[in-house]
Ligand binder design. Structure first.
Ligand SMILES: CC(C)(COP(=O)(O)OP(=O)(O)OC[C@H]1O[C@@H](n2cnc3c(N)ncnc32)[C@H](O)[C@@H]1OP(=O)(O)O)[C@@H](O)C(=O)NCCC(=O)NCCS
Length: 195
């Protein structure tokens, strides 16, 4: 599979989303460093990912949300009235790491796409960025001919569960102790509609 780096104009002003899947070798080092730094602020160390290792996997993808200093320029190929603009196919350079405000890590496994991580920096929460990241993945999955997105979420993360339910995920069973003592995991999944 050819590496792709794509961007999309966001419906949320001053936000740019960038999908990297798979991660080209020259981007792995800097991206691993950036994600590791951000993740330390958002997740317990027991849930830390080894991004140097993960980003080498061809089926791993990352969607990054950046605060843009100015609104992104319109995509000339998209219809301005289109509520779901398509990303351009031309690769764009990665914006500065300090502008990174959210990210989503996914993995394609046997026709199913798994969300491994979703995080938004605290000061930018409740502005729709987490939802945008998940919707962007669902669009990517649909575009790639996939049908299902699945995840495990800590049952105590009520905000995240509400977000996923809000974009169509349904909750399955709970596995007790999945994340540690007293921390069960809920399986959630959504079927993405074919285009
Ligand atoms: C969960 C998280 C990614 C949400 O990001 P966000 O950008 O604040 O989410 P959004 O603004 O897109 O929220 C969309 C909807 O999700 C629900 N939601 C999000 N955060 C919520 C919270 N703290 N409490 C209740 N509902 C919440 C709401 O329904 C919200 O819609 P509304 O704001 O119109 O009511 C963010 O809080 C986070 O990074 N938390 C720490 C890491 C984590 O829990 N990750 C998820 C598990 S992998």
């Amino acid at each position: 599979m050819a590496p792709t780096i794509q961007s999309s104009d966001s419906l949320v002003p001053k936000i740019v989303l960038q999908t990297i899947s798979p991660c080209p070798p020259k981007h792995r080092g800097p991206l691993a460093k950036t994600l590791t730094t951000l993740e330390k602020k958002l997740f317990p160390s027991s849930e830390a990912f080894d991004y140097v290792l993960e980003l080498k996997k061809p089926n791993i993808g990352v969607i990054l949300a950046y605060a843009s200093p100015s609104p992104p320029s319109p995509n000339p190929k998209s219809n301005p009235s289109d509520q779901n603009p398509k990303p351009p196919s031309t690769p764009i350079p990665t914006p500065p790491a300090e502008n990174l405000i959210g990210y989503l890590i996914f993995q394609r496994l046997k026709g199913v796409t798994w969300i491994h991580k979703l995080g938004v920096v605290e000061r930018e929460r409740r502005k729709g960025i987490g939802r945008r990241l998940v919707e962007a993945l669902m669009w990517e999955v649909k575009r790639g001919g996939g049908r299902k997105v699945v995840l495990w979420v800590d049952e105590g993360r009520e905000g995240a569960r509400a977000l996923y339910r809000g974009v169509g995920f349904e909750e399955g069973g709970v596995v007790e102790g999945y994340y540690g003592v007293g921390r069960g995991a809920v399986k959630m999944e959504v079927e993405v509609e074919a285009e």
